[in-house]
Design a protein around this ligand. Structure first.
Ligand code: IPM
Ligand code: MG
Length: 372
């Protein structure tokens, strides 16, 4: 019997190709696992009205970790129009399976390392080594939203004097998305960020929020950060507003180490951080909880490139590497990491985003052959 059981969820579009690329590399690294394919994505939304069927959730529960490809999502009306005829008009609404998985399995920590590999022609600079910790289950992405706004919600909000300005707006002319932070949610992501900084020797943790304007939620994150920072006297706590952070990430990215933020700000700054080290073709993410984790490339399903064997598989190969680290297979993880670094440094095999002509499979094969 294999040592691990891995839920294998390619999803849509290029998700299929990049996961096959990762498979080549994992096999070469002798990763001892049974991979069990699961249904997720647009096809299942259209045919079953659910992009994340319950059987897939059961599959994840029976495995040690999950490797996830990419998912297509479309706006509400377009999604409803693509449903199988017998499912239409039943009030089914599409919601992102990855956001669902994060909440369902309480994968509270989204870990997104963004390191410049020497020799990557796409680096903004070669000395960038950032790690973004994104809170993954709360905030603006918790899905607590209203439109039209029900009367009871209006009544409750009327307790706030600033709501007076909106008094004469009709329920259907108003939409509300809530930004809910819990103390525990803040503490968990902050603790993970500091622990990581300590383990890997990063001298600073920068908490990225906007407490001068969003006083209560961003304020809670900052206040908790100051408390937790006291347990790590060797690490400096920096506090930077999210707008300024975008500017600093372009101007002086080499000054930063671990960044920690809430769900939406973390989503935004992690794309920016990815771009300065080569773009989404290099960006991997771990969605990590206390007992389970899902690893994925940060990019989407790229329908434009689907089936062309063209996109850069490095993001997914790095996601697979992160999965090995999570499982405690650090030696195999290091082998993959070195192989990726070597192929990038040599510069002989480059996908289209890097200015080359190598296919997804050729890049994966080059990385696999670089594993000793
Ligand atoms: C990401 C993506 C997702 C997110 C989308 C696909 C729902 O942008 O993982 O960063 O917003 O979390
Ligand atoms: Mg994103």
């Amino acid at each position: 019997m294999a040592k691990y059981k891995i839920a294998w969820l390619p999803g849509d579009g290029v998700g299929v190709e990049v996961l096959e690329a990762a498979r080549l590399v994992l096999e070469r690294a002798d990763f001892d696992a049974e991979t069990i394919p699961g249904d997720v994505g647009w096809e299942f939304w259209k045919s079953e009205g659910n992009p994340l069927p319950p059987r897939t959730i059961d599959l994840l529960k029976s495995t040690d970790a999950c490797l996830f490809g990419a998912i297509t999502s479309k706006p509400k009306d377009e999604a409803a129009a693509e449903l199988a005829p017998e499912l239409r008009g039943k009030g089914l609404t599409y919601s992102s399976p990855i956001v669902g998985l994060r909440q369902l399995f309480n994968l509270h920590t989204n870990l997104r390392p963004c390191k410049a590999y020497p020799g990557n022609p796409l680096n903004l600079r070669d000395d960038i080594d950032l790690v973004v910790f994104r809170e993954n289950t709360e905030g603006l992405y918790s899905g607590v939203e209203f439109h039209p706004v029900p009367n009871e919600v209006r009544r409750a909000l009327a307790a706030h004097p600033k709501m007076r300005r909106f008094e004469n707006v009709a329920n259907e002319d108003m939409a509300i998305s809530t930004r809910i932070f819990t103390r525990k949610g803040c503490q968990t992501i902050l603790r993970d960020a500091f622990e990581y900084a300590k383990e890997y020797g990063y001298p600073t943790v920068t908490v990225v929020e906007k407490p001068n304007v969003i006083r209560e939620t961003s304020g809670l994150m900052i206040r908790e950060a100051r408390v937790i920072a006291k347990d790590y006297p060797e690490i400096e706590l920096w506090e930077t507003n999210v707008d300024a952070m975008c500017m600093w990430l372009v101007k002086n990215p080499q000054d930063y180490g671990v960044l920690v933020s809430s769900n939406m700000f973390g989503d935004i700054i992690s794309d920016l951080a990815a771009q300065i080290v080569g773009g989404l073709g290099f960006a991997a993410a771990g969605n990590i909880g206390d007992t389970y984790a899902v690893f994925e490339p940060t990019h989407g399903s790229a329908p434009k490139y689907a089936g062309q064997n063209k996109v850069n598989p490095i993001a997914t190969i790095r996601a697979a590497k992160m999965m090995l680290d999570y499982l405690g297979e650090h030696e195999e993880a290091q082998e993959i990491e070195h192989a990726v670094a070597q192929v990038i440094a040599e510069g002989r095999v480059r996908t289209y985003d890097m200015g080359g002509t190598a296919s997804t499979t050729q890049m994966a094969e080059a990385i696999a052959s670089a594993i000793s």
